[in-house]
Design a protein. Structure first.
Length: 405
């Protein structure tokens, strides 16, 4: 066999093997850093189950006191805790749905890539078959029998083995790609089914949330109609408010270094732009639930449920929790020694330890805790001493068109 033809065969074998190195559909694929995995979604499902277990525990407590009409305020507190857990479950499921959107998109891209690779591999296979048909007169045996000597035979055997290995690899990759396509299709369908199941769970949770909120409204009416409970309710609410004061002071000590590092503004921003009417001022008043005289520790600003509550000054969230008096509430402590409290939220967005900027959303208006209607209860403390918020927000109120006497 002529030397030039032998080298041509070797170059052809090497070229074919190089051409076989196509982008890999799985192990060799570089996935984006933000890719979502099924394991991450499964972990979120476990969190959602924990929230459902928490709801069951609260429901058991509710059932234990439902027959006792003297515990209406306690029932309201438990219902609102359950509402918080349901809302957290709804948010969790929404995050699952969003992640399923991303996972489905990833699976669709992987499927499209595998189908493109399969098409290219099939074309390569067809091209190889045509080449073998066109050069059928030169068989593997012809190459071997054309050897001039034993050394030449060994070299020709290596060339034939390389070509045969290439042919086998073409077939193996084509089979593997087709199997991968079927797997991708199955995984994509599973992700779509699980996403639909999550959507149905969310609808059920939202219906449950509406039911629980209606029960809270009914309990408010019941509490207002039971005069013999009012004194006990007043004492309970005062104890809850005192407990909140202790928690706020402890949290400020805990986060003192972080608070000191946040530069705060000179003036307060009004937390509910567009809503400037006040339903209750700072100081003495009749409590809306107990009907008894009490000292109002802040001001009440009526607004529709769900309106965003904005941070009045930059600072650090030292408290984000639920309390039977304040309901869902958030406290932001500022480096100038002041702190602002935002109560009765339907939903808390800011979390403890979070650094927040002036104007950032802390939560949504609601009527949780000792409240009979949607509003924001706003408090200001300076060096842990409550101040009349009106005096602190004069600049903000003036900017909003409110004229104070």
């Amino acid at each position: 066999m002529k030397q030039w033809k032998k080298w041509l065969l070797r170059l052809t074998a090497v070229a074919m093997i190089c051409a076989l190195v196509l982008p890999q559909s799985r192990d060799g694929l570089v996935m984006p850093a933000s890719a979502i995995t099924q394991a991450e979604i499964d972990a979120m499902k476990e969190d959602a189950q924990d929230l459902r277990d928490q709801q069951k525990e609260i429901q058991a407590q509710l059932e234990a006191i439902q027959a006792d009409k003297d515990k209406a305020l306690e029932q309201k507190v438990l219902l609102e805790k359950q509402i918080n857990a349901i809302q957290a479950e709804i948010d969790n499921i929404q995050a699952q749905i969003n992640n399923y959107n991303q996972l489905i998109s990833q699976k669709e891209e992987e499927l499209a890539q595998a189908q493109a690779e399969e098409k290219a591999q099939y074309e390569l296979f067809c091209k190889r078959v045509r080449a073998m048909e066109e050069e059928g007169e030169v068989s593997y045996w012809t190459i071997l029998f054309s050897s001039a000597d034993f050394a030449d035979l060994l070299e020709n055997v290596m060339i034939v083995n390389e070509i045969m290995e290439y042919d086998n690899q073409v077939m193996d990759q084509l089979i593997a790609l087709r199997e991968q396509i079927e797997q991708d299709k199955a995984e994509l369908e599973t992700a779509r089914q699980e996403q639909q199941a999550a959507k149905e769970e969310q609808v059920a949770a939202q219906d449950k949330l509406k039911t629980q909120r209606a029960q809270v409204d009914a309990l408010i009416t019941q509490i207002n109609s039971q005069e013999d409970q009012l004194e006990a309710a007043e004492a309970q609410l005062k104890a809850a408010a005192d407990a909140a004061d202790s928690e706020i002071a402890a949290a400020e000590r805990e986060l003192a270094n972080q608070i000191a590092g946040v530069v705060t503004e000179n003036d307060f921003l009004w937390p509910l732009p567009g809503y400037y009417n006040l339903s209750s001022l700072y100081g003495g008043r009749i409590h809306p639930i107990t009907g008894l005289p009490n000292n109002h520790t802040g001001i009440d600003i009526p607004a529709p449920a769900g309106v965003s509550i904005l941070c009045a000054k930059s600072g650090v969230v030292t408290t984000s929790t639920y309390n039977s008096s304040y309901g869902n509430y958030v406290v932001v402590s500022h480096s100038d020694g002041s702190s602002t409290l935002y109560a009765h939220m339907s939903k808390r967005i800011a979390v403890k330890g979070q650094t927040v900027a002036q104007g950032e959303t802390l939560g949504l208006v609601g009527t949780t805790g000792s409240s009979t209607g949607n509003h924001l209860h706003l408090e200001v403390r300076v060096n842990n001493v409550r101040q009349d918020p009106i005096n602190c927000f004069k600049v903000a109120l003036y900017a909003g068109g409110v004229r104070l006497n």
